[in-house]
Design a protein around this ligand. Structure first.
Ligand code: FAD
Length: 294
């Protein structure tokens, strides 16, 4: 397996975008069987450059995340990054998780602060990290891992001072040692380009991979966007309302919208695309097909 920064450098040299897929740990044995038996084999036909697996809210999926990353790498030969969050972990625990990750052949970590479980507020664990930048610095000092960080084109929802302050914190994460940034989902490309321009203005060379979610369900996307502060443009939200309960029409609109979003992002210089797959294959494959990338 390889460092994602090296995979990206090779893609860049050929003028191709870096394509990645994000998964979350399944909740049931049936979910696992479907993922490894159908979803992932289907997605592999698009020849992704790497994948990533999330870490449950409140640090709840430590073993599962590492197990799934290891299995994707071993069974499918696809470099896969483990997400890791600071929440509810001491430095010593994080050190133990990193040792285990290294033993399992994991070479890339997406270093995050994490969100508390529903109903709880963020609180730094005694002996743990307050911000993702501290975890990134810890990883850099330890060595042996490629490091990713999260970026927020609309500013992080908790950052009361506004988006530019949050973007400065992102520069801090890159200066602490992150190799690349993956953004939160967004639906207005202007937000991505503003962040990209800001980072360029700060002399940041790390690639900013846009996070794309193909909308498949209007209720679900409204819930996600409220939770993470990613706004739905007026025209987009009203089209979803018009389509109402017509699930197939919503799915098709989601694919059409994401295709147009991705096309503009790539045309205007985004270094790749990171898909929030929600452990599904069809919409992502259709989008990549529309773009001539699958
Ligand atoms: P930080 O960079 O620490 O920022 C958190 C807040 O603190 C921000 O408001 C920031 O502006 C502020 N801040 C940062 N540094 C400073 C400073 N020095 N001084 C003052 N304020 C500061 N969550 C999960 O639980 N599991 C996952 O697997 C997961 N995967 C994700 C993948 C991606 C691509 C993205 C974009 C997010 C993901 N998240 C995940 C969500 C993420 O954990 C939350 O959004 C979290 O609230 C912020 O994480 P962060 O790493 O950006 O935190």
């Amino acid at each position: 397996m390889r460092y994602i920064r090296d995979i990206h450098a090779d893609k860049q040299a050929t003028g191709q975008p870096t394509i990645s897929f994000e998964f979350f740990p399944f909740k049931t044995p049936q979910g696992e069987a479907t993922f490894f038996g159908k979803t992932l084999p289907a997605l592999m036909t698009a020849k992704p450059d790497y994948a990533s697996v999330t870490y449950g809210a409140g640090g709840s999926t430590r073993e599962k995340t590492l197990e799934i990353v290891e299995r994707i790498q071993n069974d499918f030969g696809l470099t896969t990054m483990a997400h890791l969050t600071c929440i509810k972990h001491t430095r010593a625990e994080i050190g133990g998780i990193l040792d285990e990750a290294a033993n399992r052949g994991i070479q890339n970590i997406l270093a995050l602060r994490g969100d508390p479980p529903p109903g709880e507020n963020w609180a730094q664990t005694e002996g743990g990290f307050e911000y993702a930048s501290e975890l990134i610095a810890f990883l850099r000092e330890r060595g042996g891992f490629g490091i990713g960080a999260a970026g927020f084109p609309e500013g992080h929802i908790d950052c009361a001072e506004g988006r530019e302050t949050d973007w400065r914190h992102l520069v801090g994460k890159i200066n602490s040692g992150a190799d690349f940034v993956i953004t939160q989902m967004f639906f207005d490309n202007t937000d991505y380009f503003r962040l990209a321009d800001f980072l360029k203005g700060q002399g940041v060379a790390a690639p900013l991979f846009p996070g794309i979610i193909p909308v498949a369900n209007a209720g679900q996307i409204k819930k996600f966007s409220a939770m993470c502060g990613a706004k739905l443009p007026e025209s987009f939200a009203s089209r979803l309302d018009e389509l109402g309960d017509d699930a197939e029409a919503v799915r098709e609109y989601g694919i059409e919208y994401a295709t147009a979003q991705c096309r503009e992002l790539l045309d205007r210089g985004a270094p790749g695309l990171h898909f929030y797959t929600l452990n599904k294959s069809k919409a992502v494959l259709q989008i990549l097909g529309n773009l001539g990338l699958a």
